[in-house]
Write a protein that binds this ligand. Structure first.
Ligand SMILES: Cc1cc2nc3c(=O)[nH]c(=O)nc-3n(C[C@H](O)[C@H](O)[C@H](O)COP(=O)(O)OP(=O)(O)OC[C@H]3O[C@@H](n4cnc5c(N)ncnc54)[C@H](O)[C@@H]3O)c2cc1C
Length: 517
C-alpha cells in the first residue's frame, strides 16, 4: 500500500491528546488529531498538576506560557468533624523535578496553552467537530473513518498508529476489544465550581504567610464527606459526597448548593455558581493498552477517584512514556518492539496511584459514624504523613536492574545555572562525571552518537547528584525515568544495550545480545 497519510492519528483532543500532539509535533512526526467537540471543554474538571507534569511542559517548551496561569499549592489536609488532622499529604515546596511539587490550574486555560503549543507544528493537523466511528486495521496502517459533525460529510485517513486519547468511554478501546478491570470504587459526588468575590471563611490552617489559602481540605465528616480546593483567581472547587437521602435531581439547584455551602459563609450576592453536577468517580484500568497499531492513553486506559488529584497526571505520564517510543520507531531509529514496553511500564505504575486513591477514598468516604470514630482513633494515634507517591515503572526497559533504574531522575542545575533538561532537550541523555567521560572508548562514543544520546558532563548540582547515587554515569530516558546507573564503562554499555535501538557497533550488539538472552 502507499505510504499512510499520517504517522499517528490521535483520537480525542482533551489534555492528554493535546500533550501527545505537542510531543509528536516536537518529534517531527506527521500527525492528525480528531476531536468531536468544537472547542475546549468550557468547564474545569482536573485541577491539579504535579512537578512531573510541569517538567513535561518544560520539555514541550510551554512552561513559561503555563506558569502565569498556575497557583502554587501546598498540602492536602484530611481532617475529622472536630477539625483534627488525620492525614497530611505533603506537597509543599520545590521537589526533585526542579519544579514545585503541586500546582492548581483552571482546565480550560490549561488546555488553551496546549492548543496554542500544537499550533507551532504545521505537520500536526487538528480536525475539530470530527467524530471517529470506525478503525479498519491493516498490516502496515489503520484506516480511520470519521464524520464531520458540521456538515455530516464522511471522511477517512490512514495512519501508521492510532492512539485513543478519547476519554473514559473510549471508542478506540472498544475497537481494541479491551475490557475495563473494575477496581471497585464508584462513588457519586456533587462537583461544584464557585467564583467568589471574597475567599471562604473558616478553612482551618490552610493559608500561607500572605494569607492566601493554599491547602486543599478533605473534610472526613461521616454526615457529608467534602473536599475543598482553592483554584487560581476567584475560583474555588467543592466536592460533596452524594448521600442516600439526597435527590440528585434537585441537589444541584442554587438553593441546595448554598445550603451545602453554609459552613463557609458564602454570600449568594457575592458569588457565582459556575458549575454544579453530580459525577461518578470511577476506578478502573483497561486490561490491554496496545493491540498492534492501536494504543490507549489517559482516561481511555484508566480512571481514578480524584483523592490524589492524579487522574490527568497519570494520562500525562502515559503520553510522556509513549511519545518518544513512537517517534523513534516511526523514524526507524528503533524496532517496533520498543512499543511493547509502554503497557508493561505504565500499567503497574498507574495501578499504584489508583490503589492509594481508593484507599484514601475509604478514609474520606467513611459514612458510618461508629467506623469513622474508630478511624479517627487509629489515625490520631498514628497521624499519617504522605509524601508524593513516586512508584517505580512496571517491568520494562530497565530490565532486572535494581533501583534507581525505573524511577524518576531528578532535575539538577548544572554549574552554569542551566537546568539539566534544557541542556538535553527531548532526548535520552548520559549524565556523567567529566573524568569518566575522558575514559570513554571510541566505540562507546559511537554508540552514544548513533543512538542520539546527549552526553552531559556532570558539574554543579548534577555532580552532587551522581555522588549521592555513588555512580559515575546515569542514563536518563526522554521521559526522565532512569534507565540505569553505571560506575564502569562495561556497566554503561550494558545499560545502553537495554534500549532497543539501531546501533551498529560490535560492543553494542554483543551487550544487547547479552541483555536479551
Ligand atoms: C469532576 C472531575 C474532577 C476531576 N478532578 C481531577 C483532578 O483534580 N486532577 C486530575 O488530575 N484529574 C481530575 N479529573 C480527571 C481529568 O479530568 C481527566 O483525567 C482528564 O480530563 C482526562 O483527560 P483525557 O484527555 O484522557 O480525556 P478527556 O478529557 O475526557 O478527553 C477526551 C476527548 O476525546 C473526545 N472524544 C471522545 N470520543 C471521540 C471520538 N470518537 N471522536 C472524536 N473525539 C472523541 C472527547 O470529546 C474529549 O474531548 C477530574 C475529572 C472530573 C470529571
Amino acid at each position: 500500500m502507499a505510504t499512510p497519510d499520517f504517522d499517528v492519528a490521535i483520537i480525542g483532543y482533551g489534555p492528554v491528546g493535546a500533550i501527545l500532539a505537542n510531543l509528536l509535533g516536537l518529534g517531527g512526526l506527521k500527525v492528525v488529531v480528531f476531536e468531536r467537540e468544537n472547542s475546549v471543554y468550557h468547564l474545569p474538571r482536573a485541577t491539579a498538576l504535579d512537578g512531573e507534569g510541569m517538567r513535561l511542559f518544560q520539555a514541550m517548551g510551554l512552561a513559561d506560557a503555563l506558569r502565569p496561569k498556575l497557583n502554587v499549592s501546598r498540602n492536602i489536609r484530611h481532617i475529622n468533624s472536630e477539625g483534627q488532622l488525620l492525614v497530611l499529604l505533603e506537597r509543599g515546596g520545590i521537589g526533585p523535578e526542579g519544579w514545585n511539587n503541586a500546582y492548581r490550574f483552571y482546565q480550560p486555560e490549561f488546555e488553551g496553552v496546549l492548543r496554542a503549543g500544537v499550533a507551532r507544528f504545521p505537520a500536526v493537523d487538528v480536525r475539530l467537530r470530527s467524530d471517529v466511528f470506525a478503525l479498519d486495521e491493516d498490516d502496515d496502517h489503520v484506516r480511520v473513518r470519521y464524520e464531520n459533525l458540521a456538515n455530516g460529510a464522511l471522511g477517512a485517513v490512514t495512519a501508521r498508529y492510532v492512539v485513543g486519547c478519547d476519554g473514559a468511554r473510549s471508542t478506540v478501546r472498544r475497537f481494541m476489544g479491551a475490557a475495563l478491570q473494575d477496581l471497585r470504587s464508584h462513588e457519586r459526588w456533587i462537583v461544584l465550581d464557585m467564583i467568589l468575590d471574597t475567599p471562604p471563611a473558616g478553612v482551618p490552617d490552610a493559608t500561607d504567610e500572605t494569607g492566601a489559602i493554599v491547602d486543599a481540605i478533605q473534610y472526613c465528616i461521616p454526615a457529608r464527606p467534602t473536599t475543598f480546593i482553592p483554584m487560581p483567581g476567584k475560583r474555588h472547587r467543592w466536592e460533596f459526597m452524594l448521600m442516600p437521602h439526597d435527590d440528585p435531581a434537585t441537589i444541584t439547584r442554587p438553593e441546595s448548593i448554598y445550603e451545602l455551602l453554609k459552613p463557609w459563609n458564602i454570600d449568594p450576592d457575592k458569588s457565582q455558581i459556575e458549575r454544579a453536577v453530580v459525577y461518578t468517580f470511577h476506578s478502573a484500568i483497561a486490561t490491554q493498552w496496545r493491540r498492534d497499531r492501536l494504543l490507549l492513553a489517559g482516561d481511555a486506559a484508566h480512571q481514578t477517584p480524584p483523592f490524589l488529584g492524579q487522574g490527568m497526571g497519570a494520562g500525562l505520564r502515559d503520553v510522556a512514556n509513549l511519545a518518544w517510543k513512537l517517534r523513534d520507531v516511526i523514524a526507524g531509529d528503533a524496532p517496533e518492539h520498543l512499543l511493547d514496553s509502554y503497557e508493561t511500564e505504565r500499567m503497574e505504575h498507574v495501578r499504584a496511584f489508583i490503589e492509594l486513591a481508593v484507599a484514601l477514598g475509604g478514609v474520606i468516604q467513611a459514612t458510618d459514624p461508629e467506623k469513622a470514630r474508630q478511624r479517627d482513633k487509629e489515625l490520631l494515634a498514628n497521624p499519617t504523613m504522605l509524601k508524593p507517591l513516586t512508584p517505580r515503572l512496571g517491568p520494562g526497559l530497565h530490565g532486572d536492574a535494581a533501583p534507581p533504574a525505573g524511577t524518576r531522575a531528578m532535575q539538577p542545575r548544572l554549574a552554569d545555572g542551566a537546568r539539566l533538561d534544557d541542556r538535553v532537550g527531548y532526548r535520552s541523555c548520559v549524565l556523567a562525571l567529566p573524568r569518566f567521560i575522558e575514559t570513554l572508548p571510541p566505540a562507546t562514543r559511537q554508540t552514544l552518537d548513533e543512538s542520539k544520546q546527549v552526553l552531559v558532563p556532570a558539574d554543579g548540582e548534577a555532580k552532587d547528584y551522581l555522588t549521592r547515587l555513588n555512580a559515575s554515569a546515569i542514563v536518563i530516558r526522554p521521559d526522565r525515568y532512569i534507565l540505569g546507573v553505571a560506575s564502569t564503562i562495561d556497566e554503561l554499555e550494558a545499560i545502553l544495550a537495554r534500549l532497543p535501538m539501531r546501533v551498529s557497533t560490535p560492543q553494542f550488539l554483543a551487550a544487547a545480545a547479552a541483555a536479551y538472552t
